[in-house]
Design a protein around this ligand. Sequence first.
Ligand SMILES: *[C@@H]1O[C@H](CO)[C@@H](O)[C@H](O)[C@H]1NC(C)=O
Length: 295
Amino acid sequence: MQPIAPLLLFLSLLTPVWGWGMLGHRTTALLATRYLTRPTSRQIRQLLKPQSLVTASTWADYYSHTPHGRYSAPWHWIDAHDSPPSKCGVDYSRDCGETGCIVSALKNHTARVNDKSLDWEQRQMSLKWVVHFVGDIHQPLHTEDLARGGNSIHVKFGGRNTNLHHVWDSSIAEKIVGGGGIKDAVNWANDLYERIQKGEFRTEGKECKDLTKAEDCALQWASETNMLMCGYVIPEGGLDGKELSGEYYEGAVEMVEKQIALAGYRMGMWLNQMFEGQELEESLWEQMVGLWEEL
Ligand SMILES: *[C@@H]1O[C@H](CO)[C@@H](O)[C@H](O)[C@H]1NC(C)=O
């Protein structure tokens, strides 16, 4: 009897309906790994044990789809009440909402990771959320209220019925790399890393990485991402019923690559800031192993 098998099957049926798909999150996490300092890598390994950063990056979508994790769903986005394509913009007090949003959640969980008064599990969850949200905040439809972040805009991609949100979460990315598996994520992360090193995907202005201004940084990222709503995602005349795997896809490739590259780079920098100067602690895993040995 292997009780784990039905659980895995159950989890695989819970395909997330939002958040960069598995490919986007894994690629961002892999990319971030390239920028981590050695002490940060050690801290992260210790806090996540026995999971890896890549595995941890997709956890939040599964969790928010469980009955006891549902409270965390609104943290995956900020619902900008703007009106693309004519007017875009994120306004924290107008758009964040009472249950919190991706901006407040990034601030909250960034602080909680190193809050030693919290349980190890709580801090581990916070780290998994931070990693996931730095990814999601770069997906344009996670910064938009319109049509439930595009979930209600019905379109086609490669002849299949889908919705605009899913196209930006997964379809475009999977078409760029030709698949959605872990190998595709590794190849994509390697490619994007080389291109970042060569100076592609440059941004104007200074990169935000001051943790004491976590909310401002997150809001800046969300605002930048949201500009794509007016710049491309929602064209004049709308997209209802349209096939998006042709011309629309071609025009989106560069944007999706840049968003994933930025998310990976920023995640790396953010994590370095978070763990800079922190003492390495005994992990929960080691605490547990110690406990078993005592029994
Ligand atoms: C911060 O996160 C904790 C744990 O998930 C949650 O209970 C709390 O409501 C959050 N606080 C804010 C201000 O978002």
